[in-house]
Design a protein around this ligand. Structure first.
Ligand SMILES: Cc1ncc(COP(=O)(O)O)c(C=O)c1O
Length: 406
């Protein structure tokens, strides 16, 4: 079905301002998530969007757009009891039952639904910092708070971010032991998105979290993609979450909700988080569209995650047969991977555009410059749309892309 980006009510003037600054986010209408890029492109944004609009199939994520607003609201209406009452400033059966459901799933005492993970994690770190009487909070150099939130943790909350380890590798216990600041909290992202969705082994995760506990450092999990980690750890979500004092999860990434996040932890921590949510202007009078879509995502997509992860491994196997391609991590540990392609960026974009024109198949939006000279990087997230492609088809698409670009 053809859908128009221009009818989506997005703020294009803001988009252009961001474009001019050459700092791009990729999840306007795409379930392919954020990737920070710099540099020039062959086509302007509108041309890319127009081209995407003409495509019938999408290789990554759940497709170009999960659902139009009309489709989304119709789907939600169909599964919503007619007498269900809206939430009101965070209270009401719908939102409180959902908070309890996720808290039970993650083995936490309580949870609070929030409009965004950005808000949830700043609040979590603020609370841990006050409780531990230290402004120092540690995270990986590619942490969302560091590279995507305009230093809000510092400007709004007076926190000091301590970057631990290399931006190109997972943080290790050894990296952490080098830190000299007395830390209030350690935030660990599972999986680490900006390095292809890598995960520490279970033993390393236990070692890091045990060390943090022994040093009275609160543990916050950035679980934006926690749902995708379960097949790798082969443990219940609650067992993974038990390593952390507080956890944030997202409902709009692999689960495909409209937006929304939840912060979970001990009851007193969540009570305090609600105060901060109010201070942030984040306990909206009604959030039921977000809650209903989050609930729907859990009901429908959580069970498919092992399938997405298995497909990612299968795809990595195919891509590894191309001498111009390096997959990271290989094999993928979740449903995502970063794919480095030895080819000229402009030629890759042009080749992808040609495939979109001829075959009506949309591959990737961004072919980012990478740290490996002569290579571009794409983020490949496997979702519902990817499952529709056979192995052979993916192989022939990459064959065409690469041969046209080198
Ligand atoms: C790893 C990670 N943490 C936090 C966030 C913040 O989520 P939100 O967009 O709900 O603010 C994101 C969003 O992309 C993310 O990828």
């Amino acid at each position: 079905m053809k859908r128009s980006f221009l009818s989506a009510g997005r703020d294009y003037s803001t988009l252009h301002a961001v474009w001019q600054a050459r700092i791009f986010t990729s999840h306007l209408r795409y379930n392919q998530f954020i990737l920070v890029l710099q540099g020039t492109h062959l086509m302007n944004t509108d041309d890319w969007f127009r081209l995407a609009d003409q495509c019938a199939r999408f290789l990554a994520g759940h497709g170009r757009v999960a659902l139009t607003p009309h489709e989304m609201l119709t789907q939600l209406a169909a599964s919503t009891p007619p007498d269900l009452q809206p939430d009101m400033y965070g209270s009401g059966e719908l939102i409180t039952n959902f908070e309890k459901r996720v808290a039970d799933l993650l083995g936490k005492e309580a949870g609070v639904f929030m409009p965004s993970g950005t808000m949830a994690q700043q609040i979590a770190l603020r609370i841990w910092s006050e409780r531990k009487h230290s402004p120092h909070v540690a995270f990986h150099p590619t942490c969302h708070l560091e590279i995507h939130e305009q230093k809000a943790y510092q400007l709004l909350h007076g926190l000091h971010g301590v970057l631990v380890g290399s931006p190109y590798q997972l943080m290790t216990l050894d990296d952490l032991q080098q830190v000299r600041d007395p830390l209030a909290a350690l935030l660990l992202e599972l999986p680490q998105r900006e390095i292809g969705g890598q995960l520490p082994s279970w033993d390393e995760l236990v070692a890091i979290t045990t060390w943090a506990r022994e040093h009275d450092i609160a543990l916050q999990m950035d679980g934006a993609r926690l749902w995708e980690c379960q097949p790798y750890y082969q443990r219940p979500y609650a067992e993974i979450a038990a390593l952390f004092d507080s956890v944030y999860v997202s409902f709009y990434k692999i689960l495909g909700g409209i937006a929304g996040a939840m912060l979970l932890g001990p009851q007193d921590f969540i009570n305090e988080a609600r105060l901060w949510q109010r201070r942030h202007g984040g306990n909206l009078v009604q959030m039921y569209p977000f809650v209903l879509s989050a609930q729907h995502g859990l009901d429908t997509r959580l069970a498919r995650i092992p399938q997405y992860c298995a497909k990612a491994r299968e795809i990595a196997g195919i891509l590894s047969t191309f001498p111009q391609v390096t997959v990271m991590p290989n094999p993928p540990q979740t449903n995502m991977m970063h794919v480095f392609i030895r080819a000229d960026r402009d030629r890759l974009e042009e080749a992808a555009a040609q495939i979109a024109r001829d075959q009506k198949i949309w591959l990737f939006r961004y072919y980012a410059p990478s740290q490996i000279p002569g290579h571009c990087k794409v983020e490949f997230t496997v979702g519902d749309a990817t499952l529709e492609f056979s192995t052979e088809e993916i192989q022939s698409l990459f064959d065409r892309l690469i041969n046209a670009a080198i």
